[in-house]
Design a protein around this ligand. Structure first.
Ligand code: GDP
Ligand code: IMO
Ligand code: MG
Length: 409
C-alpha cells in the first residue's frame, strides 16, 4: 500500500508526528519534496528529534527511509543531522537511502538565497537554506544531481570549488545512493509512506504564490518526487491543525487580530509552542481557515483528514472557524489566487462552544467531549472530508485513530 501524508495548510501541521505514528506499520518511508527548510518534530518521552532532511520513520529501528527525487539535499546539513541522530541513539546506518535523481544544495546557494531575499520587491521570509536557488537551478537545467557526483563526465564539468566541496560527500554518500524508481519497483506490495514537507499553501503551483516555497509540497508531488506514477498512490491523508499558522510573509486571511481577538494569538503560540523548528521564528497564528482547508482537500484529492493540536484549544469558552472571506463587501467561499484579494479578505467566522476539558489523555474518539466532536463534525461537513485521525498531544500515543488509515479508499 502506498500512503501519502501531506500538509493541508502552510506547513508545521504535525506531519512529522503523524508519519512517525504511521511508520509503525510501514516498511519504507520516502520524503518526496523540500529540503532543510523543513523542520519535523518527533517527541518520545523526554527525547525530541528534530528532522530537516531525514524522513520521520527513521526513529523506528528497522525502517528503510529514502530522501526522494523531488528533494533538494544539502549534504552538510544531512550529515550533521545524521550525527545528531547517532548521538540520540538512533542506528541509521544501512537504512537511509538517497535518490540519485535528487538535486544537491551547495553552500553558495545558501548565500545567494539570503542575497536574493534582501533584494526582493516582496520579501518572502525564506529560511535561507538555499532551497529556492536549488529549485531555480534545477528548472533552468543548471542544477547538480546526486547522480552527477558519480558520473565522471558530469563531475568534471563542475566548478573546481564545487568539486572540492563535494568530494568528501562522494565517499560518505556512496553506499546510500539508489535509483529510486527501481527501488520502488522492488518494494512494490510493501507498505510505503510518502512524507510531504511544507504544506499545500506553500506549494509552488497551488500555494499563495509568490509567498511559497519552491518544491511540489502537494499530493501530486508524491508521485513525481518518488518515482511512482499517480495511479500507484492508494490513499492521501491531509494533516491540519485545529487552528492555522504561517511562518514568514504572505497573506493569512484568518490571522488573529489583537484588537478583535485579544490575547488569543499569545495563548495559541505558547500552548502550541508555535516557534519554527528550523529558524526559531514565532509562527503567526489564526483561526482554522476552512475556505483554505476545503481548497486543500480538493487540489490534493484528500481521502482523509488528520486533525492535530486539538488540545491547544482546551481552555477556550468558544471556538471559531473561518467559513468565508469578505472581500470588497462580497462574501466568497472559494480560495482566490489574487494575493491582494487575500490581503483584503476579512474572515467570516462561525462560533462553536468550547469543551473546556483537557484532551491530552483521550485514547478513543468516544472519550472526546461532545463540543470537540461538534467542532470535528463541522469541519467534516464543510470540507466534505472525514477526519480519520485526531492528535491531542505531541507524543506518539496521543493519537486517536477513528478510521483505519490502512483501508484503501
Ligand atoms: P511538521 O513540520 O508538520 O512536522 O510540524 P512541526 O514539527 O514543525 O510542528 C509541529 C509541532 O507541534 C511540534 O512541536 C510537535 O511536537 C507538536 N505537535 C504535533 N502534534 C501535536 C498535537 O496534537 N498537540 C500538540 N500540543 N502539539 C503537537
Ligand atoms: P515543514 O515541512 C513552515 C516557508 C518559509 C517561507 C517560505 C519560503 O516544517 O512544514 P524557503 O526557505 O522554502 O524558500 O521559504 O516557506 N517554509 C515553511 N513554513 N513549514 C515548513 O516546512 C516550511 N518550509 C518553508 O518560512 O515563508
Ligand atoms: Mg515544521
Amino acid at each position: 500500500m502506498n500512503l501519502v501524508v501531506i500538509g493541508a495548510q502552510w506547513g508545521d501541521e504535525g506531519k512529522g508526528k503523524i508519519v512517525d505514528f504511521l511508520a509503525e506499520r510501514a516498511d519504507v518511508i520516502v520524503r518526496f519534496s523540500g529540503g532543510a527548510n523543513a523542520g519535523h518534530t518527533i517527541v518520545h518521552g523526554n527525547v525530541t528529534y528534530k528532522l530537516h532532511l531525514v524522513p520521520s520513520g527513521v526513529i523506528y529501528p528497522d525502517r528503510k527511509v529514502v530522501l526522494g527525487i523531488g528533494m533538494v539535499i544539502d549534504p552538510e546539513s544531512l550529515f550533521t543531522e545524521l550525527d545528531t541522530l547517532t548521538q540520540q541513539g538512533i542506528d541509521w546506518k544501512g537504512r537511509v537511502f538517497i535518490a540519485d535523481r535528487a538535486h544537491l544544495v551547495l553552500p553558495r546557494y545558501r548565500e545567494l538565497d539570503v542575497e536574493m531575499e534582501q533584494k526582493r520587491r516582496r520579501p518572502i521570509g525564506t529560511t535561507g537554506r538555499g532551497i529556492g536557488v536549488a529549485y531555480a537551478l534545477k528548472s533552468s537545467r543548471e542544477g547538480i544531481r546526486v547522480a552527477d557526483v558519480y558520473d565522471e563526465e558530469a563531475f568534471a564539468s563542475l566548478l573546481e570549488e564545487d568539486r572540492a566541496y563535494l568530494l568528501p560527500y562522494k565517499e560518505k554518500m556512496k553506499d546510500m545512493v539508489v535509483d529510486l524508481p527501481s527501488f520502488m519497483h522492488r518494494h512494490k506490495g510493501q507498505v510505503v509512506l510518502f512524507e510531504g514537507a511544507q504544506g499545500t499553501l506553500l506549494d509552488l503551483d497551488l500555494g499563495t504564490y509568490p509567498f511559497v516555497s519552491s518544491g511540489m509540497s502537494a499530493a501530486a508531488g508524491a508521485a513525481c518526487g518518488s518515482g511512482v506514477g499517480p495511479r500507484g498512490i492508494d490513499k492521501i491523508l491531509g494533516v491540519f491543525k485545529a487552528y492555522s499558522t504561517r511562518v514568514g510573509n504572505g497573506p493569512f486571511p484568518s490571522e488573529f487580530q489583537k484588537d478583535v481577538d485579544g490575547s488569543l494569538e499569545e495563548l495559541v503560540r505558547e500552548t502550541g509552542r508555535e516557534y519554527g523548528v528550523t529558524t526559531g521564528r514565532p509562527r503567526r497564528c489564526g483561526y482554522l481557515d476552512l475556505v483554505a482547508l476545503r481548497y486543500a482537500c480538493r487540489v490534493n484529492s484528500i481521502d482523509g483528514l488528520v486533525l492535530t493540536h486539538l488540545d491547544v484549544y482546551d481552555t477556550l469558552d468558544e471556538v471559531k472557524a473561518c467559513v468565508a472571506y469578505e472581500v470588497d463587501g462580497k462574501e466568497i467561499t472559494d480560495f482566490p489566487a489574487s494575493i491582494s484579494a487575500l490581503n483584503r479578505a476579512r474572515p467570516v467566522t462561525k462560533t462553536l462552544k468550547g469543551w473546556k476539558k483537557p484532551l491530552a489523555g483521550a485514547a478513543f474518539f468516544d472519550e472526546l467531549p461532545s463540543e470537540a466532536k461538534d467542532y470535528i463534525k463541522f469541519i467534516e461537513d464543510f470540507t466534505e472530508t472525514g477526519v480519520d485521525i485526531v492528535s491531542v498531544g505531541c507524543e506518539r500515543k496521543q493519537t486517536i485513530t477513528r478510521r483505519s488509515p490502512w483501508t484503501p479508499y
